[in-house]
Design a protein around this ligand. Structure first.
Ligand code: FE2
Ligand code: ZN
Length: 445
């Protein structure tokens, strides 16, 4: 069975600067208006459900426009231009994309008070899915609301914007688009720096830091007083810290305190930290407290950029590194941390880079790759390594006392040049899911 509902007014609506330009079109329900329309008409309750009894769900699946007394704000919501109703799914046409949404999915994602608990934000799992066929499908409010009458009599109303945001799509849903950089690109951009006073005294400074972490993969706070207490305060302003075997706060100086190259004064190649954790830490903070010698410049490499370059130059090598599982470990007396993970992780639908886990220093004995695939793995890993170590992809800068750099450890690799003299950094780790949660709440993810 195939029926098609076409909504021809969408282009006219898009062309209208604001709703007041098309006040001759009036619809059934009112919603929260855009700021311009709110000023003209006032805001109205967005959550009030449409009364199914007063709107016709036509058996032949046509939509109807019902007049109400309010003009409708259309400036910011997604709308469907057409629906194709098939046996087991709907196809929603929106902005040149086609969303294929199975009835089973739609029924399971009903957000009515019977199926979903608004207070807890959780699904009512006792709800039994039955009658997954739809007997009525209707578009309302110029394609911004989809209504389904199910075969068992259940009724569901969806915001099309919600469906676009939440259903399967191979398109990126990121709100902050990462700027992938190599050496030339990052030098042509202003350094992502937030002044300590702005960072400390305003939410804007924190927001800018999170934006930089998503956009560039790192962000500097300049002018931080050079004490460990101030490091901690700056980090805690962003998020709570992840306590690891290194403690909540750690100090990096050439004292061989730990069996790790970081605790020497030798050069350190680009790498990601804590690849030996099941979920590597999300953000690392490094704050320079003092340095009375030379060298020690900080190295950053955009792991997403080099991965994309590999995908372009050698797609098979890229794919292999997204499939093969590599073990990493950290060993010292009393500790043996071990994990398995992919060197490159991509989003299952959009295929965008999500995580790079590159740390040849911490690679554990390779017991995860079948013997006949080992050679190819090393070849492909070497290709990635070559790109990571290519000076054309490196960004070097000096972390002077008072500078604190936050590094998005799921994306950007770090290293340092060898140095002389006494150099003390204090640092901390921030868990991935928690800082991303904060960025999501801030509307950045
Ligand atoms: Fe490190
Ligand atoms: Zn329901």
């Amino acid at each position: 069975m195939l029926s098609r509902i076409v909504f021809p007014l969408r282009q006219q609506i898009r062309n209208a600067r604001h709703c007041q330009n098309i006040t001759e079109i009036q619809v059934l329900t009112s919603r929260t208006a855009c700021s311009s329309c709110a000023a003209t008409y006032g805001n109205r309750d967005r959550s009030r459900p449409t009364d199914y009894n007063n709107s016709a769900i036509l058996p032949e699946n046509k939509f109807v426009t019902v007049k109400s007394s309010f003009p409708r704000c259309l400036s910011s919501e997604a709308a469907i231009t057409a629906i194709e109703k098939r046996d087991r799914y709907l196809e929603l046409h929106h902005e040149g994309q086609v969303f294929t949404i199975p009835y089973m999915w739609l029924r399971d994602h009903c957000r009515c008070s019977h199926c979903f608990n608004e207070e807890t934000g959780q699904k009512n799992v006792s709800h039994k899915i039955s009658g997954i066929g739809a007997s009525g499908v209707e578009l309302e409010e110029f394609g911004t609301t989809l209504k389904i009458l199910w075969e068992d009599g259940h009724k569901t109303e969806y915001s099309v914007q919600w469906l676009v945001d939440n259903s399967y799509s191979t398109e990126s849903k990121k709100k902050t688009i990462p700027l992938l950089w190599d050496s030339a690109k990052i030098h042509s951009e202003p350094m992502p720096v937030v002044d300590y006073e702005s960072y400390k005294t305003s939410e804007t400074g924190i927001r800018e830091t999170m934006y930089n972490l998503l956009r560039y993969g790192f962000s500097v706070v300049e002018g931080v007083p050079t004490s460990p207490q101030d490091t901690e305060e700056v980090v805690l302003n962003l998020n709570f810290v992840e306590e690891t075997l290194f403690g909540k706060m750690f100090y990096i100086m050439p004292n061989n305190e730990r069996p790790d190259t970081a605790y020497t004064n030798t050069e350190l190649g680009a790498h990601n930290d804590t690849c030996y954790f099941t979920a590597p830490i999300g953000v690392m903070a490094l704050h320079c407290l003092m340095h009375d010698g030379t060298g020690g410049e900080t190295l950053l490499v955009d792991g997403f950029q080099v991965a994309e370059k590999l995908r372009q130059e050698d797609p098979a090598a890229f794919t292999n590194l997204t499939n093969q599982i590599v073990p990493h470990e950290y060993v010292e007396e009393g500790f043996h941390i071990h994990s398995h993970g992919r060197v490159l992780t991509i989003h299952p639908a959009s295929k965008e880079m999500e995580n790079i886990r590159f740390n040849p220093y911490d690679m554990a004995p390779l017991d995860t790759i079948p013997p006949n695939e080992v050679e190819q793995f090393y070849k492909d890993y070497k290709k990635l390594t070559k790109l990571i170590y290519d000076p054309a992809n490196s960004f070097w800068f000096k972390l002077h006392p008072g500078m604190l750099v936050f590094i998005n450890n799921w994306r950007v690799l770090h290293g340092r040049a060898s140095f002389t003299g006494k150099r003390v950094l204090s640092g901390a780790y921030i868990p991935y899911h928690d800082w991303m949660s904060k960025a999501r709440v801030a509307g950045l993810v």
